[in-house]
Design a protein around this ligand. Structure first.
Ligand code: 5GP
Ligand code: SF4
Ligand code: MG
Length: 464
């Protein structure tokens, strides 16, 4: 999911949030929502669909306020229904709470039982709503926003980057390991008399789009509280090691976002270079699977000095489409998303680079499309190690039995997806390209070494 918030009295906060979410669209295409806080009321609009489908100029005009928060959703828990769309909005003793969550709790069953025991009415099936209820419960028991939020956070285990709107300010929170990203930015043009206007965003691309300057990351185990008095920081959790999701860097986040002080484009280029060093091939052309495989493919081509070409064109407007192709379209193999360039591919030996193989179904289709278009050899290189374990922290990588890397050897996978050769980036190679403190990442989907203990009953749902 993507989370975003802006505290900027005097600005069109709903519109700024709209653009922030628009830049974070890749983090979730299922639903989108914004809550703006005005002097005496909160305006909420959320629905299924892309940000540009859910909002229009007219809707945004009716959402005045001095602060706003928003969300783009991709479901990892809870079904794909509008009640599960965020912000999750609740009334409390101190006014409205609008919560936006990216990540996944691992103690959802316990938290749910705890809340139900105290007679909380849960209307959705999401862990995010439970966090909102836990905060509301603490606030209603007499605590202030800050105290209430911190008490509630101690009841949550798992991955959570949160942006929370309240009538007096916005909060940005990361779990003790900082699994999911969250950054702080500042809008330009503040003067000694006008206080700074802050922005929170899952990724820096959400700051760029509204011209906000990147200040820093919200740290793991940190809560920032942005009000008319400015920004204050609280380390709410005992100091633990940062464990940023390495899959954010490899695949999930946008290549123009900055993490660890460099664009992910540069990082992915380096993964591709390392892959070329480890697993060269004698081919005519290197190409990437659009969009996520392209930076690594360019890195591969630079290192190997093999020419780079585009062999597949992606229709940029295929989101999560609600209209399924007809059966006859499906049977004739019409491709909604990727169309091969026959004149580039015909008669050529192709090396295709992708960031990861999860189930292997997309890869298989792509390989077939390349061969149908005339490629004489198709070799595949993957810019990360085999995904062998499911994620419990908010990336939807299926249960373990669905992960092709968990059940098959590299040779068997090559055969199943129909390539002439297949190689993955080595674990050591990935660490080398990552360069920073490699201990500060979660990489459990490659190792099974989960940094936050996953209770057995949760584990059983996804592990073989
Ligand atoms: P596969 O061949 O496993 O079906 O698909 C691989 C492609 O899925 C890669 O291009 C990769 O970018 C993308 N991918 C990687 N991780 C995920 C994920 O967690 N969910 C989805 N839907 N796609 C992913
Ligand atoms: Fe990221 Fe994998 Fe860890 Fe999930 S298990 S948080 S996808 S590195
Ligand atoms: Mg991809």
């Amino acid at each position: 999911c993507g989370v975003f918030g802006v505290y900027a009295p005097g600005e069109d906060v709903a519109k700024l949030t709209y653009f922030g979410l628009f830049a974070l669209q890749h983090r979730g295409q299922e639903s989108a929502g914004i809550a703006s806080f005005d002097v005496d009321q909160v305006h909420l609009h959320k629905d299924m669909g892309l940000v540009s489908q859910v909002f229009n100029e007219h809707i945004l005009q009716d959402m005045p306020g001095y602060l706003a928060v928003g969300h783009t959703r991709y479901s990892t828990t809870g079904s794909s229904r509008v009640v599960n769309a965020q912000p999750a909005v609740l009334e409390t003793r101190l006014g409205t709470l609008a919560l936006n969550h990216n990540g996944n709790l691992v103690n959802t069953p316990e938290l749910r039982e705890e809340l139900l025991r105290s007679d909380v009415q849960l209307v959705t099936t999401t862990d995010s709503e439970m966090i909102a209820h836990a905060i509301a419960e603490e606030v209603n028991s007499g605590k202030g926003w800050l105290e209430g939020a911190i008490s509630a956070l101690h009841r949550c285990q798992g991955a959570f980057s949160l942006v929370i709107g309240t009538p007096i300010g916005i909060m940005g929170i990361r779990d003790p390991n900082g699994i999911r990203p969250l950054v702080i930015g500042m809008l330009p043009g503040h003067t000694p008399t006008a206080p700074p206007r802050y922005v929170l965003s899952s990724e820096t691309c959400g700051l760029d789009i509204i011209g906000a300057e990147y200040l820093r990351d919200v740290e793991h185990g940190e809560l920032v509280w942005i009000t008319e008095e400015g920004l204050s920081s609280f380390h709410w959790a005992p100091q633990t090691k940062r464990k940023l999701c390495i899959f954010e860097m490899i695949y999930f986040a946008r290549p123009d976002s900055v993490m660890n002080e460099e664009s992910l484009y540069s990082y992915r280029l380096r993964l591709g270079r390392q892959l070329a060093i480890e697993s060269p091939a004698d081919v005519d052309l290197v190409m990437g699977v659009p969009d996520s495989g392209i930076p690594a493919a360019i890195g591969f081509s630079q290192e190997s000095e093999l020419s780079y070409a585009e062999g597949l064109i992606k229709n940029r407007y295929v989101g999560r489409t609600f209209i399924q192709p007809t059966q006859s379209m499906r049977e004739s193999g019409i491709r909604m998303k990727l169309n091969p360039l026959k004149d580039v591919l015909a008669g050529k030996r192709i090396l295709i680079v992708d960031d990861s193989i999860v189930r292997g179904t997309t890869s298989r289709k792509i390989v077939k499309a390349l061969r149908d278009a005339g490629a004489v050899e198709v070799h595949m290189r993957i810019s990360s190690p085999p995904v062998t374990h499911p994620c419990f922290y908010g990336i939807d990588t299926d249960s373990q039995d669905q992960l092709i890397g968990a059940t098959k050897s590299v040779e068997e996978i090559a055969e199943q997806i129909g390539v002439d050769s297949l190689a993955y980036l080595s674990w050591e190679g990935m660490l080398k390209a990552t360069e920073t403190d490699t201990e500060s990442f979660c990489s459990a989907c490659f190792t099974g070494d989960y940094p936050i203990a996953v209770p057995d009953r949760v584990k059983r749902s996804k592990l073989m």
